[in-house]
Design a protein around this ligand. Structure first.
Ligand SMILES: Nc1ncnc2c1ncn2[C@@H]1O[C@H](COP(=O)(O)OP(=O)(O)OP(=O)(O)O)[C@@H](O)[C@H]1O
Length: 312
């Protein structure tokens, strides 16, 4: 894997004394879509702000496209496009002027054909002469992406790209991110929407309280940590879990119509055969049964939970 971003021993302690990043080591490959997933305040924005040269790290090194972000700031920054969480752009300018100016700020020669291409890709072409303030929130967000892409960066950071965005625009964004990747752009996004990471990312890094607790290929993560849920539709409703089932972690669901059992699909003994035998012996009948793989959401909730008890 050819690296796009290499992070070594990166830490950040703010003046307040808050340690927002504990030593982070991470390499993100060229052309990868990497999702940095974590709850509010975990340190996601701090991390990408350091890489983009907005926040000064306390220790550690970062290279972007082979350029050290401190020693070789301009070259590193040129390789990077950043779409910040907040919309920061001049309301009175037109879309075209804003995006063109942004390219100029990076010292790149004008390239109207390229600007047209990104505006078309982002469905902004027919708004090119509109003033930013007349655009909807979703359109403004697209303008921010166009700005970030204006200087042809190889690495694009999207900080919470779909926060407060409706479902349709979210899907559009996902499609756009994939198109960018097809063109070889490395994409690093932060999100607290698990479905976003699940839908888009090749790899997922989970960050909690400044600590990168896990980095995993998305499918491996699903397999490794993925639990399965067995749902049994009962013939007769139950008001309580029968004491004979105490050896299994079962719960009643759907007002006693269903019995749910969460198990580790990779374990040698999943507990499922034993549970089914016990149900029969106990006389609890069921009409149907189904199993489903846990989503990244379930995994994440588990991780947050585990980590809270460990950190506490
Ligand atoms: N300039 C600052 N000075 C002091 N503390 C800060 C500063 N910026 C961020 N923090 C703190 O650092 C921690 C990490 O914040 P950060 O914005 O990186 O988290 P995040 O994961 O991006 O959260 P969110 O999803 O809410 O954007 C938080 O506790 C935050 O309050």
């Amino acid at each position: 894997m050819q690296p796009a971003v290499v992070i070594e021993g990166l830490t950040k302690t703010y003046k307040s004394g808050l340690q927002a990043l504990k030593p982070v080591d991470l390499t993100i490959g060229k052309g990868e879509i990497f999702a940095l997933l974590g709850p509010n305040g975990a340190g996601k924005t701090t991390m990408i702000s350091i890489i983009c040269g907005i926040v000064v790290p306390t220790s550690g090194t970062v290279t972007a496209d082979g350029h050290d972000i401190k020693r070789d700031y301009r070259k590193a920054r040129q390789a990077i496009g950043l779409v910040p969480q907040e919309l920061t752009t001049d309301a009175f300018e037109t879309v075209m002027a804003t995006v063109t100016l942004s390219r100029g700020l990076f010292g790149k020669a004008p390239n109207p054909a390229y600007i047209e291409q990104i505006l078309r890709d982002l469905s902004l072409w027919d708004k090119k002469d509109a003033k930013i303030m007349t655009l909807s929130g979703g359109m403004k967000r697209r303008v921010m992406i166009a700005k970030a892409l204006s200087h042809e960066p190889d690495i694009l950071f999207l900080d919470e790209p779909t926060a407060g965005v409706d479902v349709e625009l979210r899907k559009d964004m996902w499609a756009m991110v994939r198109r960018l990747r097809e063109r070889g752009v490395t994409i690093i996004l932060t999100t607290h929407y698990i479905e976003e990471a699940e839908e888009m990312a090749d790899r997922v890094g989970v960050i909690l309280k400044g600590q990168l607790i896990l980095v995993e290929d998305k499918t491996t993560l699903m397999k490794k940590l993925g639990k399965k849920t067995l749902t049994l539709q009962l013939q007769e409703t139950l008001t309580a879990v029968p004491p004979e089932l105490a050896d299994w972690k079962v719960e009643l669901k759907n007002e006693g119509h269903e019995l749910e059992y969460v198990f580790d699909a990779n374990a040698d003994d999943t507990g499922v055969p034993g549970l089914l035998r016990r149900l029969e012996a106990t006389g609890v009948g069921f009409k149907d049964l189904s199993t489903k793989q846990s989503s990244l959401e379930d995994i994440f909730v588990d991780l947050v939970h585990q980590s809270k008890t460990e950190v506490a």
